[in-house]
Design a protein around this ligand. Structure first.
Ligand code: URA
Length: 426
């Protein structure tokens, strides 16, 4: 094969055959297909798409570029442990993995969560957990297996041998404007999830201003594509479409999201975070064949015990105080009114600008940086009332973040909101 012929075929709207797909992925990983050639092919896929068979083959070729993990032999006290994984397509304030993994593990199900770091406005689960003193993201395969058998939940870094083709391709897509494509997103996510080797998978597909998919139609298409890929690979796969127009919960950052997750595990926490955690836990338990009310383990402390064991097993001190930022400043409302909208993307970018996220893969993050929201859509606010608190070690970042936070809030005057509500009445 010649890469240029494959690029031309996709440019002209033709379907690629299995041999072409297998070759181009393998040759790209070996360095025989150049970065600029893969960038051109990715752009042709963004513009012309791929059909179901192409997507399935592309996904398989990416899985075959690395090692497939196998957790089918896990046992505890002589009994086989079912395994269930969860993936979110990414959202602002999406800390759900933190309470969810121990909650599901507390019901006797093994939850291997091989995660990534954040790039851009959505933050990464590993960055959040690394705010806990001593906690380590890097585990080898034997450590993962031992922890799944003893504690049940593992959140750790995905090794370099898990779908390496995707790792290389995702980095390229990130800088060539080729992330936004349902075939490329579905195959990227599912190659890693299938290679991770759990028996079941629950997908949380985000819809709204803060998500990759801005409308329900495209989110539904992404969900269907991923469920099809998972099912064909032999995984029980379920998808929920969930709202990402406003951030989840109040905390957006790293240490502050850990603190909010611990509130949920203690039986409190914001209602949207609790609701989504329980909805996903319910689906995961059903997929694993376990009949139980997931909320029981929040009420009786088993989920908190599993959290503490999970953190301690990876070197973390679950009782240690979380890091504090040097600077904490507030943003206040300019007028009286009702919060009618809160743009997740704007809040995500504010938190990122304060140091919670990174611009380049090799940048460090500030564990204590972030935004804590004091008003959410539906709340009534008074002029001068605090809308949000910013936490950072970078004084120079505060003004721009405050502007982003202020413009993320849609506040209608009480008079205007009442008039608008009145006008809608029959
Ligand atoms: N997350 C991924 O892992 N891959 C994508 O392409 C998009 C989001």
């Amino acid at each position: 094969f010649a890469a240029v012929d494959i690029i031309r075929a996709k440019r002209d709207g033709l379907a690629l055959n299995p041999a072409q797909i297998d070759w181009v992925i393998d040759a790209y990983v070996r360095g025989e297909v150049a970065e600029e050639q893969m960038a051109a092919l990715a752009m042709a896929i963004v513009l012309n798409g791929m059909d179901r068979q192409e997507i399935a083959r592309w996904t398989r070729a990416m899985i075959d570029s690395g090692r497939r993990m196998d957790f089918s032999g896990l046992t505890r006290h002589g009994r086989r442990l079912p395994t269930v994984d969860k993936h979110s397509t990414g959202g602002v304030g999406d800390k759900i993995t933190l309470p969810l993994a121990p909650l599901v593990a507390a019901h006797g199900v093994a939850v291997p969560q091989l995660s990534g770091r954040g790039l851009g406005h959505t933050g990464g689960t590993l960055d959040k957990l690394e705010a806990i003193p001593g906690w380590r993201a890097d585990l080898d395969h034997d450590q993962i297996v031992r922890q799944l058998e003893s504690v049940g939940a593992v959140v750790c870094a995905a090794g370099g041998d898990l779908a390496p083709a995707d790792k290389k391709l995702y980095a390229l897509r990130d800088v060539t404007g080729t992330v936004e494509s349902i075939p490329l997103i579905a195959s990227s996510i599912m190659s890693k999830k299938i290679a991770e080797g759990a028996e079941a998978l629950v997908l949380d597909v985000k819809v709204g201003a803060g998500a990759f998919m801005k409308d329900a139609r495209s989110a539904g298409e992404l969900a269907e594509t991923m469920v099809g890929l998972g099912t064909d690979a032999g995984l029980t796969t379920i998808a929920l479409l969930t709202d990402m127009s406003a951030p989840l919960g109040h905390a957006v950052g790293n240490a502050c999201e850990v603190a909010e997750s611990v509130e949920v595990l203690a039986g409190g926490g914001p209602s949207d975070v609790v609701g989504l955690t329980l909805a996903l836990a319910g689906e995961m338990l059903r997929a694993a064949g376990v009949e139980a009310d997931p909320a029981d383990a929040l009420r009786d402390g088993r989920a908190m015990d599993a959290w503490r064991a999970m953190i301690a097993a990876q070197g973390g001190d679950p009782k240690a105080p979380l890091p504090q930022a040097r600077i904490s400043e507030t943003v206040s409302a300019d007028s009286d009114g009702v919060v009618t909208s809160l743009d997740a993307m704007g809040i995500g970018l504010a938190s990122w600008g304060l140091g919670a996220g990174r611009a380049r893969r090799e940048d460090p993050v500030q564990p204590a940086a972030g935004v804590v929201l004091r008003a959410k859509p539906g709340d009534t606010v008074r002029r001068g009332q605090i809308l949000a608190t910013m936490h950072t070690d970078s004084a120079s970042a505060v003004t721009a973040a405050a502007d982003r936070i202020r413009s993320a809030y849609g506040i209608e005057s009480l008079h205007g909101a009442a008039a608008a509500a009145g006008a809608r009445e029959p």
